[in-house]
Write a protein that binds this ligand. Structure first.
Ligand SMILES: Cc1cc2nc3c(=O)[nH]c(=O)nc-3n(C[C@H](O)[C@H](O)[C@H](O)COP(=O)(O)O)c2cc1C
Length: 305
């Protein structure tokens, strides 16, 4: 089975690995591309020198298509457009901001561009900017969120009823049945964040992966501070304080390596989505991708019959 996403991106399995700052680098992204999906390299960390090296590794480690993400609100460096055009990726996803600023330059260079949207209004704005497709992201997903956003069950059919462009669904997808549901709701492919974060090839500390496996579907919290984008994270003492105690602040970004690679989950925010309640093992993306796609197709066939 081919979908418009597999055809547009030139991949076998229409599953995209979510961009995740500091995490979505060559070891994870190349494993996803080599498994038949599309890996994505992040730029949200802002570490363009290091990311340039990751792109060189991608060119060496896979001959399959891969993408790069620009979360516009976090990457203010004006050189990022040239950087992205020259990095060797097959496609770009833009997120967290107004895509009109950079879509014309990206399109002029021949790149396929998707924009991540949390609402119908955002989708219409992205289409006006000339994107090739949308990543439609429900509020149940991990990471930066629209705090008053809708769940994928509401958002995806709503946006699909207004446009025919290819759509990648994100938020709450971790296996064949959730992928099949997204395709039925109008998607042409899916993006997985929390599932990839907790995969064998993910570079985060084992304690973070184990916490995802142990978590219930009720174990996330949305932190929505004035003047900052809202985020969905694992429920910990720290994330609860961030969510409900307006006086409490994380001092600076020094917590990031402690949480991400040191396993000190209470030192900051361990981002992740509600789907952690459905993830029960740390597994290789080389197993997750084909199994998800096989099961998705079997579910669709069994419903059709
Ligand atoms: C740790 C983490 C970091 C993320 N960073 C980004 C990012 O830099 N850019 C972006 O567009 N989305 C980011 N996201 C959102 C994901 O791209 C994805 O859409 C989301 O995780 C999908 O929901 P799921 O977690 O239920 O799969 C992040 C998500 C997580 C869990």
């Amino acid at each position: 089975v081919k979908t418009r996403i597999s055809e547009l991106l030139g991949i076998e399995i229409p599953i995209v690995q979510a961009p995740m700052s500091w995490i979505a680098r060559a070891p994870l992204a190349s494993a996803v591309s080599n498994a038949g999906g599309a890996g994505i390299i992040e730029t949200g960390s802002g570490e363009l020198d290091a990311i340039g090296e990751e792109c060189a590794k991608m060119r060496a480690w896979t001959d399959r298509p891969w993408g790069i993400n620009v979360p516009l609100a976090f990457v203010r460096d004006p050189t990022v457009v040239d950087f992205v055009i020259n990095c060797g990726s097959a496609f770009v996803t833009t997120s967290a901001g107004d895509p009109a600023k950079i879509v014309p330059a990206l399109k002029a260079s021949g790149l396929t561009v998707f924009h991540v949207v949390p609402s119908l209004k955002g989708a219409m704005k992205a289409l006006d900017a000339g994107v090739d497709g949308l990543v439609v992201e429900g509020v149940e997903g991990g990471g930066y969120k629209n705090a008053v956003g809708a769940s994928l069950m509401v958002l995806l059919p709503l946006i699909r009823s207004h446009t025919d462009v290819p759509i990648i669904a994100a938020g709450g997808i971790c296996d064949g049945v959730s992928m099949a549901a997204a395709l039925v709701l109008g998607a042409d492919g899916v993006q997985m964040g929390t599932r990839m974060l907790s995969s064998l090839e993910s570079p985060v500390h084992q304690d973070w992966k184990d916490a995802v496996v142990a978590a219930a579907e009720t174990d996330t919290v949305v932190i929505d501070r004035p003047g900052a984008p809202a985020m969905r994270a694992l429920r910990t003492e720290t994330s609860l304080k961030m969510a409900y105690d307006r006086e409490y602040q994380l001092a600076d970004r020094s917590w990031i390596p402690k949480v991400y690679f040191g396993g000190e989950l209470d030192a900051g925010l361990a981002l992740g989505g509600q789907v952690m309640g459905r993830i029960d093992a740390v597994r290789s993306v080389a197993d997750i991708l084909p199994e998800t796609w096989r099961d998705c197709q079997a579910r669709l066939a069994s419903f059709a019959s």
